[in-house]
Design a protein around this ligand. Structure first.
Ligand SMILES: [Zn+2]
Length: 313
């Protein structure tokens, strides 16, 4: 599907800037990412939803560099990682244990159900990192995983780490029928903390009441609307927030992009134990490594790796 309404994030304000929001819908980005892997449906769905969350968070932040969202758990899916750079290039990947995934399905009798991210990852943590890549120390916020859905996990992060009132709703749609593909989307709103009271005409009580309405409108958003390719983001936002002085402030396009290179793979390989390198060595003696994000295969000679390691010392 080539649809201008997808792979875009709309930025908006409500109530004269008292609330900021982002609305994202992804399709081709997910097709590009998931098409490079052969993940089970549950894992693809979890990664699609996490990718939408990362796109929302990244577009809410002002940064010049790289934003990373990482969920690490002790469940059947042990890792979900998404990174988004300031140019809107996204890549993501997952790690999972096929046997554990199957055992969990049997145990919970969820054979035909796409399980929530929270169930699949189990206990662990979620980390959001912003790396400006200019020598400054990366900023990182971490929260432990507690909640039934990815939305609940993320809301806990915003409450604990950022202490900002946040409303969030995430959506994911698995392929149905032949021509269908993965879709994901999300709506994220944050109340801008009042400074002195003069910046906005609203007093705190009024704003709190409006915020309750805005949260209720956010929760009323339906998947049928989010995934309706004929509706533009502006139309959907207008339906929800027409009474809240909606102002669209801009849009940002997202596309798939991997940043792997021979040098980056060599750096990774140089941190491996000799026995791991042996496992990656082909019959002809060459070392084969695959990028976890884009599945690109790289082949190195043992000399290339040892020379690289020597230069590091
Ligand atoms: Zn790659």
């Amino acid at each position: 599907m080539d649809n201008k309404n997808f792979d875009v994030c709309a930025s908006f304000f409500l109530e004269n800037g008292a609330v900021v929001g982002r609305f994202v819908r992804l399709n081709q980005v997910l097709e590009d990412i998931l098409g490079k892997h052969n993940y089970p449906l549950n894992v693809s769905s979890a990664l699609a939803e996490t990718t939408a969350l990362a796109a929302l968070c990244a577009s809410m932040l002002k940064f010049d560099g790289l934003f990373t969202l990482q969920i690490q758990g002790n469940g059947p899916v042990s890792l979900l990682v998404v990174d988004v750079n300031s140019q809107g290039k996204i890549r993501s990947c997952a790690k999972f244990d096929a046997q554990k995934l199957e055992d969990a399905k049997q145990l919970r009798k969820t054979q035909d159900i796409v399980e929530s991210v929270a169930h699949l990852v189990g206990g662990g943590y979620m980390a959001l990192t912003v790396d400006e890549q200019k020598g400054a120390r990366p900023y990182q916020g971490v929260v432990d995983l507690k909640g039934k859905t990815l939305t609940e996990l993320a809301l806990r992060y915003f409450k604990n780490s950022e202490q900002i009132d946040t409303a969030l709703k995430l959506f994911v749609k698995t392929p149905q029928g032949e021509s269908q593909s993965f879709l994901a989307g999300g709506l994220l709103l944050q109340k801008v903390p009042l400074k002195g009271g003069k910046e906005t005409q609203l007093n705190e009580d009024t704003l709190n009441r409006l915020w309750e309405d805005i949260t209720a409108f956010t929760n009323s958003l339906k998947p049928e609307e989010v995934f309706d390719a004929n509706l533009s983001s502006t139309e959907i936002l207008h339906r929800l927030f027409h009474a809240n002085n909606l102002q669209i402030s801009g849009t940002k396009n997202f596309s798939f992009g991997c940043r792997c290179s021979r040098e980056k793979l060599l750096t990774t390989l140089s941190s491996f134990e000799p026995k791991d390198i042996k496992d990656m060595t082909l019959e002809n003696g060459l070392i084969e490594a695959t990028c976890n994000f884009c599945a690109q295969k790289y082949v190195f000679t043992p000399d290339e790796l040892s020379n690289f390691e020597k230069n590091l010392q």
